[in-house]
Every structure is written in C-alpha cells, then in structure tokens.
Design a protein around this ligand. Structure first.
Ligand SMILES: NC(=O)c1ccc[n+]([C@@H]2O[C@H](COP(=O)([O-])OP(=O)(O)OC[C@H]3O[C@@H](n4cnc5c(N)ncnc54)[C@H](OP(=O)(O)O)[C@@H]3O)[C@@H](O)[C@H]2O)c1
Length: 218
C-alpha cells in the first residue's frame, strides 16, 4: 500500500521504517520538500521510501499517519490539504503537549475535547483513528521488546471499518489481538491523550521510556 507519514521526527521515522519493512511504499511529509531529516531517512531505505511536502505526501498516501507535533497537527494537516485527505484513514499518533511553560508539559486540549476529536471536526471527510499515542515510539512497532508483548494499545474512531483496518496494521506491527483495546468512537481520544501526564511522570520515576500500560480485569 502507498502510505503517507506526516512528520520527520522520531515517530515519523520509526513508523516509516516499520512500514517499509512490511513492504509498503512510504512518502514522509514535512513543511518543506528536501527536509534534512526526511532526506536522511530516505537515504537509509530502498526505493520504496520517498519524501516531500505534507501536501505531496498526503496526495501520495492511500492511508495517512499523523506524526506531527501535536500543537501544530491541525496546521500541518491543513497544509496537507483536505482534498488530499478526503475519504482516507488518518492514524493520529500525536499528543498536543504544550511545553511553553516548561516541564511538565500541559495538554493544550483536554477534558471536553481532544486533539483526535479536533482533527475529526476539522476534517469531517477523513476517517480519524487515534492509536499508539500512549507509548514511546520504539514500543509502537516492537511491542514484544517488553513483557513478552503483554501490554496494551488503545484504538478509537468513528468508522468501524477504518478501525478494523488499523487493528490489522497494529497486528502487523507485532501487537497481539488481545492487547488491542477498542475504546469506542473518537471521543475515546480524550482518555488516550489524558494518559500523557501520568506517562510523563512515570518516565521520570522509572528513568526510561521503555514501559507501557497493561489493563487487567477479573
Ligand atoms: N516521541 C515519541 O516516542 C512519541 C510517543 C507518542 C506520541 N508522540 C507524538 O508523536 C508526534 C511526533 O513526535 P516526534 O517526537 O516524532 O516529533 P515532533 O518534534 O513532535 O514533531 C515533528 C514534526 O512536526 C512538524 N511541525 C513542527 N512544528 C510545526 C508547525 N508549526 N507547523 C507544521 N508542522 C510542524 C515538523 O515539521 P518539519 O518536518 O517541517 O520540521 C515535524 O515533521 C507528537 O505529536 C508527539 O506528541 C511521540
């Protein structure tokens, strides 16, 4: 499949690399064509990897990953162009973490809305699926690296078909079926994003980002 990965940071490059390993064609998007990080990422991969602007990547992708800075995701997606996103699955991994007042970051949107919901409202023709935002990026594509892979990833979105396709993609990333927790429609993003304050605190306590949440039930 042709997939757009919007974002040149560690998440974009980690997701992009995994997708290439799985045999997909990936175009990494940035504010500018020829972004140095995007060019470096492309140079490490086969001809299945390419780069361009957010707009070029969104036009290329049959499916789109949002791996942009959460405070700028709506702006980045606007420059990707609603016509280029229309009807497509948009997998939103971003967190709207506001570091403007230092550490710990605040959530720019929370409680009564979330970034996932704001993206869905701004782009009603897009099938937004929120997932993978609750863990470090190395775990996103290699869940088996801790606890035998027995920990959880949350998925939410309004379109059941889109969610099912994303769940299949998560299985390709290494997630066990039992680890994939469907938390309903896109309003589930509130909870998924509000996990971040405790995630940030735990990273300080544990001294490592290599941890995740595991839900247990009777
Ligand atoms: N790091 C993790 O392990 C992790 C885990 C879970 C979730 N997340 C979330 O995943 C997202 C990506 O994280 P990251 O650490 O890989 O990268 P990041 O530094 O948060 O974001 C990098 C991307 O954001 C774009 N960007 C920054 N400011 C922008 C603006 N004003 N307008 C448009 N685009 C802008 C950059 O564009 P250019 O390419 O043009 O520079 C770049 O592509 C974030 O939302 C983060 O909260 C990260």
């Amino acid at each position: 499949m042709k997939i757009a990965v919007l974002g040149t940071g560690m998440v974009g490059s980690t997701i992009g690399t995994k997708l290439i390993e799985l045999g997909h064609e990936v175009k990494m998007g940035s504010r500018t064509a020829g972004n140095e990080k995007a060019k470096t990422w492309v140079s490490k991969h086969s001809s299945k990897a390419s780069q361009g602007t957010f707009e070029e990547a969104a036009r290329f992708g049959e499916m789109v990953f949002n791996c942009t800075h959460g405070m700028a995701s709506i702006e980045a997606l606007r420059s990707a162009g609603s016509a280029n996103l229309k009807g497509k699955i948009l997998i939103d991994i971003a967190n709207a973490l506001d570091f403007s007042k230092g550490m710990p970051p605040a959530l720019a949107v929370s409680n009564t809305t979330s970034l996932g919901e704001e993206i869905q409202k701004t782009f009603p023709d897009v099938k937004v699926v929120k997932t993978l935002n609750t863990m470090n990026c190395t775990l996103m594509v290699n869940p088996g690296s801790i606890a035998g892979g027995d920990h959880n990833v949350f998925v939410c979105g309004n379109d059941e078909g889109a969610k099912n396709q994303v769940k299949e993609m998560l299985k390709q990333f290494g997630w066990k079926t039992a680890s994939i927790m469907d938390i309903g429609d896109i309003t589930g993003s509130r909870g998924a994003e509000m996990i971040l304050p405790i995630w940030v605190r735990l990273m300080g306590t544990l001294g490592s980002p290599a941890f995740n949440f595991k839900i247990v039930k009777n």
